[in-house]
Ligand binder design. Structure first.
Ligand SMILES: *[C@@H]1O[C@H](CO)[C@@H](O)[C@H](O)[C@H]1NC(C)=O
Ligand SMILES: *[C@@H]1O[C@H](CO)[C@@H](O)[C@H](O)[C@H]1NC(C)=O
Ligand SMILES: *[C@@H]1O[C@H](CO)[C@@H](O)[C@H](O)[C@H]1NC(C)=O
Ligand SMILES: *[C@@H]1O[C@H](CO)[C@@H](O)[C@H](O)[C@H]1NC(C)=O
Length: 795
């Protein structure tokens, strides 16, 4: 095959740079392009005794396939082709394989499966007070859990900025004795970076580099150090110390604190400039569980695939099986339905809501109209009282070959500086980051930017640390401004932005954030996802010294804290709360902790009584938007009853999902007995704290199903619970028995829920959802489960 000189030169440079050098031929390069990374699952007990370690066995399996002359075994990992070996929550390894090698491996009897690598992405404080966590009281979750002391939260993210005040270790006891993790030192990360707060730090880049080649160490750090900011932010939300005064560019002044201020942190860096690779993520799960973390926080996500092909679902199962609580972000793909990710039932899936604080920055137009906006811009502003010429970026002629589309989005090089110089520019959302648009306007000489949502984004507003005076407005506001610009032909269009600082006590709050990913669950509609929502909009948390608050490389401003939004920010709130709950109740399982968070969650906002609204429409939200509701930590500490789930229950669930025994083994590493499970019922019978029935309407008849649930008493030894049912519209729901009498703590009692529905008129392919609830109460606790009934008309 033809080889270009540049390619050969590149290979030469690479082999000079690496320790092991080998002479390469052009066929290597050609074949390497066809290679992809696979995570290879191996039957652990099949290792022949001649191999001293699993690693040696895996290497030998690989080299047996390899044609020595065509595939020299020298690759990045010191001569081994193995990217990672997995041994705690998964057995096997990852490697780059050509299609024929993958085929040969598949045929080996001890190879269970090959999972193709996927790339994931990050799903980018007043919240403790908003959540009702009180530090002054003598009782309460923070006190009873001793602020989460001695619990370890593993954060799988972009690494950490260890010198930040949020990670100081004053007044903390010694590192918990169960801890087996390491502080992996590197050039910019001395071993002394860890302390009694940040007890572990490591990084996983072999999967990333096997696909992308060696990283460029001027733009990213081959170390646990966070050169992005995301991981430092999420870690401090979960377990940052109290820091006062904290603010970003003068906004949101106050005390910054994580949810579990004394919990220990371990940072597992898996996300690099071009994303987070499954083979690295699985290695981080494997290490975190072996190290002894109690909670794993994962603000990373991507596509939804069957659980046995999903490295996050597989890693999370192993973690949950080892007693580790895993919370993951639901994703930022909202407000459309079926957008939720990280949906495995052993993961706690967290959506995002607003808190009662915002940063108003309104647009004032020349015609006197005010368009509400949101911003945390804190630099030199526009002159108060002065109006500036206003232009819509979509009507400027592209300078750098931009058509109307790319200029309306304010893409790099699309703005003609003759047309925007000295003006406020209206840009549309899409493709490039919100802050990057401001940078484009600034570089073209614009004085300010108004960033308008598209129809899909609706009215949800995200405040950003822009590099010039800028504000975000809703889709309807964008329409108004475009209309004003078009009609202002007699006198030119003018506007200004009025920055109003920080506003507290905002009502209504919480509101489900527009971007928060929604149900139904695309993989298993019978399991309601997300599970809960937590604060995820405009969250103040720690930020690295060396990264500007806008995240743009040219942004030279520095700030100790930054305000970010996303389900990425919601997830670590729940991770921190889970650590507090585990500290207060060491005997609770991961499922019990989630149950406590779900059954005590609330669905109303702070206006008193009304259901939470949806930021994208202004209409009321549903269980598909907020799951069981917004977390309420103080109530979660004392839920009365919990719905517990064991690994065997999850296996029954997988049997009832009609997964094959082999697919179930790929997730659980156990051989399932599905004949037993199938007798026990259906997917919806997993002992989940929410209930979801999906009826396919074939012909007109009565539809019915039942759920079996078991609750465990974690409240008073002697207690009597009565059920209250609110049936979804058009359904009949009965619960038997209607009364549960407990005699001791830890006692389990079961009940049966029957749901009957009548077929309704629906056009083919459409569906309708009705909602209700089941509440068990002893007069003191209210153990609430959402009940969702979906009628589907087949095509
Ligand atoms: C190795 O290379 C030889 C010669 O090109 C070829 O005939 C043989 O099939 C190759 N073996 C494998 C395992 O790919
Ligand atoms: C690494 O990145 C820097 C900054 O973007 C760039 O100047 C340099 O050429 C890059 N190096 C390589 C080897 O790509
Ligand atoms: C919001 O509610 C109104 C009134 O019920 C309804 O007409 C409208 O379609 C709803 N909007 C959306 C986007 O669902
Ligand atoms: C599994 O298969 C059975 C029998 O074909 C079917 O009734 C059931 O709906 C299937 N369950 C799922 C979750 O697909």
């Amino acid at each position: 095959m033809a080889s270009s000189p540049t390619l050969l030169l590149l290979l030469f440079l690479l082999s000079l740079a690496s320790v092991s050098s080998y002479s390469s031929s052009s066929s290597d390069a050609g074949d390497d392009k066809k290679k992809t990374t696979y995570i290879v699952q191996v039957q652990p007990d099949a290792k022949p005794s001649v191999f001293p370690t699993h690693q040696k066995w895996y290497e030998s399996s690989l080299s047996a396939l390899t044609n020595a002359t065509l595939h020299p075994p020298a690759e990045s990992n010191g001569g081994s082709r193995i990217i990672h070996t997995y041994s705690t929550i998964f057995h096997g390894f990852s490697a780059r394989l050509s299609p024929s090698e993958a085929q040969s491996l598949r045929s080996l009897s001890h190879v269970l499966s090959l999972i193709p690598e996927q790339v994931r992405h990050l799903q980018t404080t007043r919240s403790p007070q908003f959540l009702g966590l009180r530090t002054s009281d003598s009782t309460g979750l923070l006190k009873e859990s001793d602020f989460g002391s001695d619990l370890v939260i593993g954060v799988i993210d972009t690494g950490i900025w260890p010198e930040h005040k949020s990670f100081e270790d004053r007044d903390l006891g010694p590192v918990p004795s169960k801890w087996k993790g390491r502080c992996v030192a590197a050039k910019d990360f001395p071993a002394s970076s860890c302390n009694r707060k940040l007890i572990g730090a490591s990084f996983f880049c072999a999967g990333y580099e096997s696909t992308n080649g060696k990283m460029n160490e001027t733009t990213e750090s081959r170390s646990p150090r966070d050169s992005d900011g995301h991981g430092t932010h999420t870690a401090s939300i979960a377990a940052g110390r109290y820091v006062f005064p904290a603010s970003t560019l003068g906004y949101a002044r106050g005390v910054a604190a994580g949810m579990a201020p004394k919990a220990r942190l371990a940072a597992y860096k898996v996300c690099w400039n071009s994303g987070c690779y499954d083979s690295d993520i699985l290695a981080a799960f494997d290490a975190a569980v072996a190290d002894g973390v109690d909670v794993i926080s994962l603000s990373v996500g991507g596509v939804v695939v069957p659980y046995y092909l999903d490295a996050i679902a597989i890693g999370a199962f192993g973690a949950s099986d080892a007693g580790v609580f895993v919370s993951a972000s639901a994703g930022n793909g909202g407000p459309g339905g079926l957008s939720v990710t990280n949906v495995a039932p052993w993961v706690t899936t967290v959506g995002a809501g607003t808190i009662d604080r915002d940063f108003p920055a309104d647009v004032k137009l020349g015609n006197g109209k005010i368009i509400p906006g949101m911003s945390v811009y804190g630099g030199p502003g526009l002159t108060p009282g002065r109006m500036y010429p206003l232009v819509y970026a979509g009507t400027t002629q592209g300078g750098g070959g931009g058509d109307g589309y790319s200029s309306s989005l304010c893409l790099e090089g699309s703005l003609d500086s003759n047309l925007v110089k000295g003006k406020i520019v209206l840009c549309d959302r899409g493709i490039n980051s919100r802050a990057a648009k401001g940078d484009v306007v600034k570089k073209a000489g614009g004085f300010g930017m108004i960033l308008a949502n598209g129809v899909f984004d609706g009215e949800g507003l995200v405040a950003d640390c822009h590099v010039l005076p800028a504000t975000a407005i809703g889709a309807s506001g964008g329409d108004k401004i475009r209309k004003y610009i078009t009609e202002a032909s007699k006198s030119p269009a003018v506007a200004t932005i009025v920055f109003k600082g920080t506003r507290l006590g905002v009502r209504p709050a919480p509101v489900v954030a527009s971007f928060s990913a929604r149900g139904p669950n695309p993989e298993t509609p019978e399991i309601l996802k997300p599970d809960v929502i937590a604060p995820g909009l405009n969250i103040l948390a720690a930020w690295p010294d060396r990264v500007g608050p806008s995240g743009i490389p040219s942004d030279k401003r520095r700030t100790e804290f930054n305000i970010l939004s996303g389900t990425s920010m919601a997830c670590p709130h729940v991770s921190g709360l889970a650590a507090l709950l585990k500290a207060a109740h060491p005997e609770w399982s991961a499922a019990a902790i989630r149950s406590a968070l779900m059954t005590t969650a609330y669905t109303v906002d702070n206006r008193g009584g009304g259901t939470m609204l949806d930021e994208s429409t202004g209409n009321v939200s549903t269980f598909l938007d907020f799951g069981a509701g917004h977390v309420h930590p103080e109530k979660a500490m004392d839920p009365g009853l919990v719905y517990d789930i064991s690994s065997y229950d999850y296996m029954d669930f997988l049997c009832n999902s009609n997964y094959t025994i082999k697919n179930i083994q790929m997730i659980t590493r156990k051989t399932a007995d599905c004949s037993r499970a199938k007798r026990a019922g259906h997917v919806g019978n997993l002992n989940y704290p929410s209930l979801s029935a999906v009826f396919q309407q074939y012909g007109k008849h009565k539809l019915s199903t039942h759920f079996i649930r078991t609750v465990t008493n974690v409240g008073d030894p002697n207690s009597a619970y009565h059920v209250a049912v609110r049936p979804p519209g058009g359904t009949t729901v009965t619960v038997q028995p209607e009364k549960l009498l407990f005699r001791r703590v830890g006692q389990k009692l079961s009940f049966l829920v029957r749901v009957q529905a009548r077929a309704i008129k629906l056009s083919p392919g459409s569906s309708r959802m009705m909602t209700g609830s089941i509440v068990w109460s002893d007069g003191k606790h209210y153990v609430t489960s959402p009940l969702v009934v979906t009628m589907q008309q087949p095509l």
